[in-house]
Design a protein around this ligand. Structure first.
Ligand SMILES: *Cc1c(COP(=O)(O)O)cnc(C)c1O
Length: 463
């Protein structure tokens, strides 16, 4: 079939741009007819080929009614982030170029982009210059990589080669983590063969940061075992960061591996105003973060860092007779550092996001989000809401009236469409969780959204 690729790609790009231009004025959550969506995408796959232009037109028509305004300025659920213009365009290029970011031979350009963007990210996040960076799907994958490298190290320390012998018969590793850890730590523990039963939970402070005295007690109790400690920068409910300096120091005294889950909170390091929240971050052994959350890179994109680049590559890479350009343990890049083999060239979008913002722009994005979170908390409080956390970062926990009404209020807000917030359970109470992480959110977006939440709380009391 003779296809005009210029026209076809332009059509797709134009639709993306149309969506961006319209998203701020549309209800954040559509009320889709699920049966109609299924019908638009469904039916038997025809035997005959279809003209690509028709396919793209069909896709656009089928998908539009079911698109959520997650990229818009008033989506405050899940620390969703946005998508910067240059980063989005870079992802379009990554698809157009269709590079396989497996190794240096397959895409020298992808390798160079990852090296540059990874270096910039390390500098912004205050991580050691010599750390390795794997470009993964997100923080779940990054946490899994960090724990995998830690598993290799702590078992090697007791004379066990986990890469060769697996975990059958191995000394039992203790995964020490705050009771406020993100659920992706538990999934990583399952996937890596530790099992959630090896997680030793440590009590947290009232704000959800790990209690360092309790951490010391737990470490004493498991001192005969290989230990991985999981710390957190950015509690998903409160934004609280663990005392990384104190906790890492205690963990290292016990010979433990220290991994930091900083899916969004690690970016606090990029602004002088918030950097103190992650003081001591450079002391850890591995770190996971997202680019698709606070950095506003399109989905999916995360970063897995490791202080020991050689061990990182030794844990994640593989060799095969037909491969060249892999296994360069002294200067690893691309697939030597990730669980995926063949994958999209994610480095282009991260490179573009960082290049678009510059160091000042990243700091400004962090500062603005934090200031807007405070504005949200203040406006809601002025309207009678109760704020349940110290708003130290970009997360706000609130209730309006009795917390038992939270789910009804959340549902009303979502249906009304001005903004999108989700509910969470915090210290046994149902609360509204607001996360500010989109580069396009303005003060006015915060004000109209706070008003919408307060309005929903009033109408939700009506019989
Ligand atoms: C979002 C989040 C994760 C998981 O990240 P994904 O990008 O969804 O894989 C892990 N930890 C924390 C603290 C998070 O906020």
């Amino acid at each position: 079939m003779d296809v005009d690729l210029h026209q076809l790609f332009a059509r797709a790009a134009a639709e993306g741009a149309r969506h961006r231009a319209a998203v701020a004025d549309l209800p954040v959550q559509p009320s889709p007819d699920h049966a109609a969506l299924a019908a638009a995408f469904g039916g038997a796959l025809p035997a005959a080929p279809t003209d690509p232009r028709e396919v793209v037109d069909e896709l656009i028509a089928a998908a539009r009614p079911g698109l959520v305004g997650t990229v818009g300025p008033r989506f405050f659920g899940f620390v969703i982030g946005g998508a910067l213009p240059a980063a989005t365009a870079a992802d379009l290029l990554a698809a157009g170029w269709d590079q396989c970011a497996y190794n240096e031979v397959l895409s020298p350009a992808a390798a160079a982009a990852e090296r540059a963007a990874g270096g910039w990210a390390k500098a912004l996040l205050g991580l050691p210059e010599t750390a390795s960076v794997g470009f993964v799907t997100g923080a779940q994958a990054a946490n899994t990589v960090g724990l995998a490298v830690g598993r290799q190290r702590v078992l090697a320390d007791v004379g066990w080669d986990v890469a060769r012998d697996g975990l059958f018969g191995a000394p039992r590793v203790a995964v020490v983590a705050s009771e406020e850890r993100h659920a992706t730590i538990d999934r990583a523990a399952r996937l890596l063969g530790f099992g959630t039963g090896s997680i030793e939970p440590v009590a947290a402070t009232s704000q959800g940061a790990i209690d360092v005295d309790r951490l010391r007690t737990t470490l004493d109790a498991v001192r005969d075992r290989p230990v991985i400690v999981c710390l957190q920068a950015g509690n998903v409910n409160t934004g609280a960061c663990d005392d990384l300096r104190a906790a890492t120091t205690v963990a290292h005294e016990h010979g433990a591996w220290v991994h930091v889950d900083g899916a969004f909170g690690l970016w606090a390091a990029a602004s002088p105003r918030t950097a103190r929240l992650v003081d001591g971050v450079e002391l850890a052994d591995s770190w996971g973060t997202d680019a698709h959350k606070w950095l506003n890179v399109p989905y999916d994109c995360g970063l897995a860092f490791c202080a020991d680049a050689e061990l990182h590559a030794a844990t994640m890479s593989y060799a095969a007779a037909y491969l060249t350009g892999s296994g360069a343990v002294s200067d690893p890049v691309l697939g030597d550092l990730t669980p995926e083999s063949s994958r999209r060239a994610r480095g282009f979008a991260v490179w573009a996001a960082l290049r678009e913002l510059g160091t000042d722009g990243v700091a400004d994005l962090v500062d603005r989000s934090c200031a807007l979170a405070v504005r949200m908390a203040e406006r809601l409080a002025a309207g009678g809401a109760t704020v349940h956390n110290d708003v130290v970062l970009n997360q706000v926990l609130v209730s309006v009236g009795d917390p038992s009404r939270t789910d009804t209020i959340v549902d009303t807000v979502q249906r009304e469409g001005t903004c999108w917030v989700g509910g969470t359970t915090w210290h046994g109470q149902r609360l509204i969780r607001v996360s500010v992480s989109n580069a396009t959110t303005t003060g006015r977006d915060i004000d109209v959204s706070a008003d919408a939440i307060l309005r929903a709380a009033r109408t939700a009391t009506l019989p």
